[in-house]
Design a protein around this ligand. Structure first.
Ligand code: SF4
Length: 516
């Protein structure tokens, strides 16, 4: 059926429903900057609903709109785009898009590493939360630049140069891995599919991206609907057209994700963050291991390999925790039966602020671990380069730092409020509650109190004029009290001194008379 003539359709604000919690567009409209568009241009559901409300057929317009936006350089404002160049698009759609769509996230910080290979974007969501997006560049010259000769560099120098973007899927994470900065934040919210795709859009604006990994903040397995929807948009040939083999989803071992990925997103790669060769060590550093035990994970790995040939096994190497020689043998024994289908990516621990005193392995530790896996168990291995350490490259580091700055500023404000309350004549119950750390800052109140006292003295001496403010009345009352105190304290002393003088005088007169 041909679309109705939509040229006269009104462009009243549409009501689009989403079910992705606090970061959904309606919540954004209520809380975020009112200048921002209400809906993301990459939000397929919102686009579909708005077009439906205006009786405009969805196919092929939704895909055409998103593709047109991408082909035109993904500007921050969709109003810059000439929508009339899309064939057969009703004229009313352009004003609709300009009025209600755009990018709902913004980049608030862009940090580039000194070597130029890593760029970290701090992305602000409509809810105000921050997530990280990392762009990593690999090219044939890296070996010469960094002088490294690890296995990963050998593999990196093969093939074409490429740019990979690492996306976040959640604000914070509830999995609590002990070596991860994001794990210390706790969980705040799931990202919507549009918020995930917009990270890719922002990265594309910095540099053309050809590979995507879901290894940023959050566990994709805890936000499966949005992650799968984002991947489906990315791999849609009529929209972003990324090859599924260029996308990798990393999970710490959430079984539903491992089982569903190939059904929902065929050809997409899976990485299992194993990090330990035994259930005991895994329990220690990956708390979710208790829910998803090692034997169930290996069964899921085998099922995945049967359909997609190979899986990436990620293994963080932490000295004195999981990178000993026995641990290498345990890992070898665990993976040897499926050696043809696994690639083990060894990741030297990147020091981060987690509250744990973990130590990175030495170069020799890494080499020995890798040699055992390769030579004794026939595993294919790579060693991940440490990238972007000078810009807090590890997952969640930058956001944790920003949050800490925000908390410090809040505490200073609270401490200042506490100090003001302490200096005021109001009762204790009027003072804001403060915690122990606030109390440590609270002595800042002392100079203020001291200045008030000094101020009263100066005022009494230099300004006899009347002050009717409540504070002045309070000061005057306290001044009157201090006068009474003086009389009470010094009157007995004065009387005693007077009595002493009188007694001395009487004694002296009596002595004088006797001598005569
Ligand atoms: S490593 Fe991944 S799953 Fe574990 S806490 Fe960090 S973000 Fe979450």
């Amino acid at each position: 059926m041909a679309p109705p003539d939509a040229a006269t359709a009104d462009i009243a604000p549409p009501q689009v429903s989403h079910d992705h919690g606090p970061s959904s567009p309606p919540a954004a409209a209520a809380t975020a900057d009112m200048q921002r568009p209400k809906y993301s241009i990459m939000d397929t559901a919102a686009l579909a609903q708005v077009l439906t409300e205006h009786r405009i057929k969805l196919h092929p317009h939704v895909e055409n709109i998103q593709r047109h936006y991408i082909l035109h350089g993904m500007p921050l404002s969709v109003a810059e785009i000439d929508w009339s160049r899309i064939a057969n698009l009703p004229k009313a759609v352009g004003p609709l898009l300009a009025a209600h769509f755009g990018l709902v996230t913004t980049v608030t910080q862009t940090n580039r590493s000194a070597d130029g290979y890593t760029t970290k974007l701090l992305v602000k969501l409509p809810s105000g939360s921050l997530v990280e997006t990392v762009i990593m560049r690999y090219d044939r010259h890296q070996r010469d630049v960094d002088g490294d000769d690890t296995a990963s560099i050998v593999s990196t120098t093969q093939g074409k140069p490429r740019t990979t973007v690492c996306l976040s899927s959640q604000v914070g994470c509830k999995m609590g891995c002990s070596f991860c900065a994001t794990g210390t934040m706790g969980f705040t919210a799931n990202l919507t599919a549009a918020e995930i795709i917009e990270q890719l859009v922002h990265a594309h604006r910095v540099q053309h991206v050809d590979h995507v990994v879901f290894m940023g903040m959050g566990e994709p397995g805890q936000n499966i609907p949005a992650v799968f929807a984002a991947i489906q948009t990315m791999t849609n040939r009529r929209i972003l057209g990324l090859a599924p083999r260029n996308i990798c989803v990393s999970t710490v071992g959430v079984l539903p994700l491992m089982h569903q990925l190939l059904d929902e997103c065929p050809g997409v790669n899976l990485a299992l963050s194993l990090h330990a060769p035994t259930q005991e060590i895994r329990n220690e550093i990956v708390p979710s291991a208790k829910v998803y035990p090692l034997d169930a994970l290996m069964a899921a790995v085998d099922a995945y390999i049967a359909r997609n040939k190979r899986i990436l096994i990620e293994y963080i190497l932490i000295k004195d925790v999981n990178c000993s020689v026995p641990a290498a043998h345990e890992l070898g024994k665990l993976l040897a039966p499926r050696a043809r289908g696994v690639i083990v990516n060894l990741i030297p621990y990147n020091p981060t602020e987690t509250g744990r005193q973990y130590v990175p392995p030495t170069h020799d530790d890494v080499a020995e671990f890798e040699t055992i896996c390769r030579q004794e168990y026939g595993l294919r291995t790579t060693v991940r380069r440490t990238m972007g350490q000078d810009i807090d490259g590890a997952c969640g580091q930058l956001v944790v730092k920003e949050q800490r700055k925000g908390r410090a500023a809040k505490k200073l404000t609270a401490a200042a409020a506490a100090a003001a309350a302490a200096a005021s004549p109001s009762s204790c119950s009027d003072r804001p509650a403060v915690d122990v750390e606030d109390l440590a800052v609270a002595p800042a109140a002392a100079p203020d109190t001291f200045e008030r006292k000094i101020g009263r003295v100066i005022k009494r001496r230099s300004s006899p004029g009347r002050d009717d403010t409540p504070a002045a009345a309070d000061d005057a009352a306290r001044d009157g009290d201090s006068g009474k105190d003086f009389v009470r304290d010094w009157l007995p002393v004065g009387l005693a001194a007077l009595a002493g003088v009188l007694v001395t005088r009487v004694v002296w007169k009596l002595a004088t008379r006797r001598r005569r």
